[in-house]
Design a protein around this ligand. Structure first.
Ligand SMILES: NC(=O)c1ccc[n+]([C@@H]2O[C@H](COP(=O)([O-])OP(=O)(O)OC[C@H]3O[C@@H](n4cnc5c(N)ncnc54)[C@H](O)[C@@H]3O)[C@@H](O)[C@H]2O)c1
Ligand SMILES: [Zn+2]
Length: 387
């Protein structure tokens, strides 16, 4: 018998939309209803809501609004339960919360033709997305992100995860959502640190891809810090659009290669989040990671001192604290170990994205640890002098 290999090849197309809204669950706002009706309008679709406790704390009317919205539209929306879970990184730091969501999916008989709707910051959305992706090998997910970072970056992509073995995003899936809805009303109640921290991801994409966008951020640095709605809405829209475009047009949506430009500044960020026991928000850590990598880019001759100073000053004007919380050689070495951990997480050859100009990325495959140590010291010295 001829046992030649049987060839197999197919591709799956993904389509999803990021919608923008205000007052999403007001009865006269038909967006959510229409998204579900577009999927199925001949019988009610089961919905399990999972909501960030931090959001409920600031929007106490949210749960009753969801119930009322679903009950008024009960021919289309079958609301099963609204689970309210702790938000923030703790929701990603153990499998306990995943179990709660899986239990909710099981007990409410959420099937592959039903929806899980995650409302909250990037952490809870990552965790719920992971649970939804593994239940029945994937139930449908609608993400309603409520922080700047989740609206402009984390919720608009294809990744879901929790932290495991004390490593960031060790368990996870590539599973695109059914839809994402950014409601700008949620942003009003963010703490100042959460308002600012998401801007780090916009600075990231601007620095590696779009000089004009960086100039916009620079021109609006104070307005952003002062919580002006218009520039923030633009920064979120542009940043989300650039992330989505990179995923669909960058040639590697599920990251099988070793290069990951959207992780500019992230090798240090992920390690700093862990080293500070997640006291730093992801965006705060990304800002420090970017500051370090642009300082290193200057050390190796890729960018000028004036460009370095310009980038750091835009970031500090927005309100970022760019000092690295490293107080000893042991801690510096601990941070540097993050380079190899980053390589391992991506797999393959070490690829660290730097910049050779504002708006131009430059990948390197080797990091000079001596020069990186100097960059750490130079950055901290720069900000120590300003204190
Ligand atoms: N999947 C991805 O591609 C991706 C990309 C980037 C970041 N991330 C992840 O996103 C997470 C960070 O998300 P984040 O910055 O949104 O922080 P977060 O989810 O940790 O939320 C921060 C705090 O804000 C509270 N909060 C949320 N919305 C609020 C609102 N509207 N008003 C008041 N408080 C509110 C939360 O309860 C929490 O206490 C990290 O775990 C990071 O790894 C994932
Ligand atoms: Zn990030």
């Amino acid at each position: 018998m001829d046992l030649r290999p049987i060839k197999q090849s197919f591709s799956v197309e993904y389509n999803y939309q990021l919608h923008f809204a205000k007052g999403l669950f007001k009865l006269d706002n038909l967006l959510f209803l229409n998204i579900i009706k577009d999927y199925k309008d001949y019988e009610a679709v089961k919905l399990l809501f999972v909501v960030d406790k931090g959001v409920v704390g600031h929007h106490p009317e949210l749960l009753s609004k969801i119930s009322e919205y679903c009950s008024v539209n009960k021919n289309y929306l079958a609301h099963t339960q609204s689970l309210v879970l702790d938000g923030g990184e703790q929701s990603k730091n153990s499998a306990e919360y995943v179990d709660i969501v899986l239990k909710g999916i099981n007990e409410n008989a959420i099937c592959r033709h039903s929806f899980v709707v995650a409302i909250g910051g990037g952490a809870i959305i990552d965790m719920v997305g992971y649970a939804a992706a593994i239940a029945h090998r994937g139930v449908k997910l609608i993400r309603i992100p409520t922080t700047v970072l989740s609206q402009n970056d984390s919720a608009v992509g294809v990744k879901n995860s929790i932290n495991f073995f004390k490593k960031k995003n060790f368990l996870g899936t590539f599973a695109p959502p059914f839809a994402i809805i950014n409601d700008s009303d949620f942003l009003k109640t963010l703490e100042q640190r959460d308002w600012i921290s998401g801007i780090a991801e916009a600075i990231k994409v601007a620095l590696i891809k779009d000089k004009h966008f960086f100039t916009y951020i620079s021109d609006n640095a104070l307005a952003l810090r002062n919580r002006e709605h218009e520039p923030m809405q633009y920064v979120i829209y542009k940043c989300a659009e650039m992330h989505m475009h990179h995923i669909s047009q960058g040639g590697d949506p599920f990251e099988s290669g070793s290069s990951r430009p959207l992780d500019f500044g992230h090798w240090a960020a992920h390690k700093l989040e862990y080293m500070t026991n997640y006291q730093l928000r992801h965006g705060e850590a990304v800002a420090k990671g970017i500051a370090l990598d642009v300082t290193y880019a200057h050390q190796v001759g890729l960018i000028s001192e004036s460009d370095l100073d310009y980038i750091l000053s835009v970031m500090t004007t927005i309100g970022f604290d760019l000092m690295l919380p490293l107080n000893s050689d042991v801690e510096i070495n601990n941070l540097l170990a993050g380079i190899e951990e980053f390589r391992e997480h991506l797999g393959g050859e070490l690829t660290i994205t730097l910049i050779s100009d504002i708006g131009t990325k430059h990948d390197v495959h080797e990091i000079d640890l001596g020069l990186m140590t100097q960059a750490i010291e130079k950055l901290n010295h720069h900000f120590a002098l300003k204190q």
